[in-house]
Design a protein around this ligand. Structure first.
Ligand code: IPE
Ligand code: IPE
Ligand code: MG
Length: 242
């Protein structure tokens, strides 16, 4: 993307990384090969989004409902996640490129359900990434479900504020994304037209973009196209367009 253009960059882009399985089947590979390729596409997208100046980025990696997949697929996904976490730690330790010097990583979802090893790696990444200049915030949604997130937020609030009525702002401030702007643009690969329990609260006024491109094939050009399309939208937030 040409930085000189007068395009408006979304402040926060969220991705539903879908289509890994279909990508693998099309190539007569195991579904797990699609997830591996998906992790590579994720890394590429993190670096590219950073390079064009995106400030907040969220990736849906594993949903609370994805546990219902066959045990061997869940195991493959968890093993890919563990490897990816180790690679991230290494990148942060070695300051491997601008993006890792300047990105704060925030895991969203019930990470308590992950293995002890994964939780330790997640804590390590979050700790390391606090020391960066935080030019970009990267949310990784793992064991994430928006209904669970909202329920957790409400329970947290009523436990801390017994007897008090809860407001919209109270809910926002108790979500995993507290303090961050809501996503301006939600991109779903793989062609489906649904949110699949992703950011239900935060997506109230997000622009939605669905592309048939399968996640492992989603590249820099595809993101440019989505941002171009975003620039054609008129956001009204319930008011009248100017
Ligand atoms: C997205 O790809 C990755 C996860 C949900 C973990 P899928 O595995 O859902 O791929 P399709 O939709 O079956 O092609
Ligand atoms: C959404 O994809 C979840 C992630 C991308 C992690 P799914 O493949 O799980 O969604 P559905 O089942 O098609 O709604
Ligand atoms: Mg899918």
């Amino acid at each position: 993307m040409n930085k000189e253009t007068s395009l408006i960059l979304p402040e926060h882009i969220a991705f539903i990384m879908d289509g890994n399985g279909r990508w693998a089947v099309k190539k007569r590979l195991q579904r797990s090969a699609g997830h591996k390729a998906g992790a590579e596409a994720l890394d590429k997208m993190i670096s590219y989004a950073y390079s064009i100046g995106i400030k907040n980025i969220t990736f849906y990696a594993f949903s609370t409902e994805n546990w219902s997949r066959p045990a061997d697929e869940v195991a493959a996904l968890m093993s890919i996640l563990t490897k990816w976490l180790s690679i991230m730690i290494k990148r942060f330790n070695e300051n491997a490129g601008e993006v890792y010097k300047n990105t704060k990583v925030n895991f969203i979802g019930d990470t308590g359900a992950l293995s002890l090893l994964q939780r330790k790696k997640i804590a390590d990444i979050e700790k390391k990434s606090i020391e960066t200049e935080n030019r970009m915030t990267l949310n990784l949604a793992v064991n994430y479900g928006a209904r669970a997130e909202i329920t957790r937020a409400v329970n947290k609030f009523i436990t801390e504020n017994p007897g008090k009525k809860i407001s919209e702002n109270d809910i926002s401030q108790n979500l995993y994304t507290a303090g961050q702007p809501d996503p301006d643009l939600i991109i779903r690969t793989g062609g489906e037209m649904r949110l699949s329990n992703f950011l239900l609260w935060q997506a109230s006024y997000s622009e939605y973009y669905s592309t048939p491109v399968l996640w492992p094939d989603f590249d820099e050009k595809c993101l440019d196209e989505a941002i171009l399309e975003y620039n054609k939208r008129t956001r009204k937030f319930g008011g009248l367009s100017s």
